[in-house]
Design a protein around this ligand. Structure first.
Ligand SMILES: [Zn+2]
Length: 507
């Protein structure tokens, strides 16, 4: 019996486990057996590899061929094991030497015609390979740029099976049949500017405070007043991701198949799922492999839920735990998958189903009952986590007359300075931003001057205990934006204004 092995990676969420693919030829009637908990897509690898080998003018072993993926206890899914399988088979048949296949990690899918197709998750897979001590990786030619983001790994790209055979012989690839196909082009990051928002200075200010302190934000107002326009400008106010964050965010985006040809994702991402989004699209899931959902795509960036009362209550409810823990766990029959999901939430809603309630000069056609039901769809626990409530009114000035707002660049600089102050003050705590500080911890910070303002509001029933926490968090951010070390009556009054809004709210 002749045997050989090659290596690939199984991904369970963001975690990669090295998988040894062993091929053994001989000892029975001609057939191919694949063992080691493969899923349907992986089981089909047998046929894809056989067709590709035949297409290259080589013969598939004419004896019993057993392909074993170990550790056998780990469920394996996907089509990216093809390169490792075909390498082990060719090495066991004596077509290529063993050495390179046995010391490299291989990820890539084979087409029936022998071309090597791109796969999802190259970045997290190779991070796991490097951490396991591998020094070389063989990947689809179009994903070399993504693979090279993993420092310390020698990357070889192959565009077809003929290329792979050359590489396994240790010969340079001269460019296979598919080498000249244009790479998938990544669209340039679209960065809308805050200067385009005209006639809404208060809303721009609320957005700046949200950016500075990492506060979740709720915008409501009539349709067309600029809620989405503001939300999509929030990522532009946030600082660049640091190296660890960029790697983590890029790994998630690699898992959903976003090309990383342009390098690591350095800017906070933006994710705006539609209100019809399924549970799987929102929090992650899927039939075969649990893919990251919109909340993980928004990790270290912004999650925007437009027309939030239209989202299903079940989907909104599923956001509560990630909002607290910064991650989401998806239970599967055989395993659990965990993805990071620490995002800044921006929600938007119309004032009522027709959108015209309270709009000067407009007529709301909704019944009081339907307005109440609409408002109640947004549950108290969701609103509790949102520090800033801002109501947008249509600008009184025509768009042409309203002065242009400040540029995102200018505002982002103030946000950066405010975040630096927070990082300094919160050093040694688990938090970096005011928006993350729990209520109990807030009350341990130096007591503000002018707290009587809040005491009065509590006594008169205008503010709940939870509302006091929100006001304090916001007041700290306002102090940070002002460059002050303490909060005073000025910031408290201003913070009270940022959470007053007119939407039915328990806090
Ligand atoms: Zn209405």
């Amino acid at each position: 019996m002749s045997t050989a092995s090659a290596w690939s990676v199984a991904l369970l969420g963001m975690e990669g486990t090295l998988i040894e693919v062993e091929a053994a030829i001989g000892g029975g009637l001609p057939r191919t057996v694949l063992v080691g908990l493969p899923d349907a897509a992986l089981y089909e690898a047998r046929d894809r590899c056989r067709a590709a080998v035949a297409g290259a003018g080589l013969s598939w072993p004419n004896q019993l061929l057993t392909i074993n993926l170990t550790p056998a206890s780990l469920p394996k899914a996907g089509s990216h094991y093809d390169l490792a399988i075909v390498s082990a088979v060719l090495a066991a048949s004596g077509v290529v030497p063993h050495a390179i296949a046995a010391s490299s990690v291989l990820v890539g899918e084979l087409g029936l015609d022998g071309r090597v197709r791109e796969v999802q998750g190259v970045l997290p897979a190779l991070l796991a390979a490097r951490d396991a001590g591998f020094e070389a990786a063989i990947v689809p030619a179009r994903q070399v740029a993504e693979a090279e983001l993993v420092a310390g790994l020698r990357v070889l790209g192959v565009s077809c099976l003929a290329d792979l055979i050359e590489v396994l012989h240790g010969r340079p690839v001269l460019g296979g049949a598919y080498a000249n196909e244009p790479p998938t082009v990544q669209p340039p990051d679209y960065a809308p500017d805050l200067a385009d928002v005209r006639g809404q200075p208060d809303a721009c200010w609320a957005l700046e405070v949200a950016a500075a302190g990492g506060h979740h934000l709720f915008l409501h107002g009539a349709p067309g007043v600029g809620k989405s326009m503001l939300a999509e400008r929030l990522p532009g106010l946030l600082p660049d991701l640091n190296n660890a964050e960029a790697l983590e965010v890029s790994a998630i985006h690699s898992l959903v198949g976003r090309p990383l040809n342009g390098g690591l994702i350095r800017r906070p991402p933006y994710s705006n799922p539609h209100h019809n989004a399924s549970m799987a699209a929102m929090v992650g899931g899927g039939a075969r492999v649990a893919r990251p959902g919109a909340i993980s795509i928004a990790h270290r960036g912004v999650l925007f839920l437009d027309e939030v009362p239209e989202f299903s209550a079940r989907v909104l409810d599923a956001l509560r735990t990630p909002l607290e823990t910064g991650k989401v766990t998806i239970a599967r029959s055989a395993s659990q998958v965990c993805y990071p999901a620490r995002f800044q939430l921006v929600m938007a809603a119309n004032p009522c189903p027709c959108g015209m309630l309270g709009v000067p000069g407009a007529n709301c056609t909704c019944t009081p009952m339907s307005v109440r039901r609409y408002n109640e769809r947004l549950s108290g626990p969701m609103l509790d986590r949102v520090d800033i409530h801002h109501r947008l009114l249509p600008s009184r000035l025509g768009l042409a007359d309203a002065p242009a707002g400040e540029s995102s660049k200018k505002v982002a600089e103030r946000v950066r300075l405010a975040r630096e102050r927070q990082a300094e003050r919160l050093m040694g705590t688990p938090w970096q931003l005011n928006g993350e500080i729990p209520g109990a911890e807030l009350r341990r910070l130096p007591r503000a001057r002018g707290m009587s303002l809040l005491d009065d509001a509590v006594r008169s029933g205008r503010l709940s205990a939870r509302g006091v926490d929100k006001v304090l968090r916001l007041a700290w951010t306002l102090a940070d934006l002002d460059g002050k070390d303490r909060i005073t009556r000025v910031q408290l009054a201003s913070a009270l204004g940022l959470r007053h809004d007119g939407w039915r709210c328990a806090a």
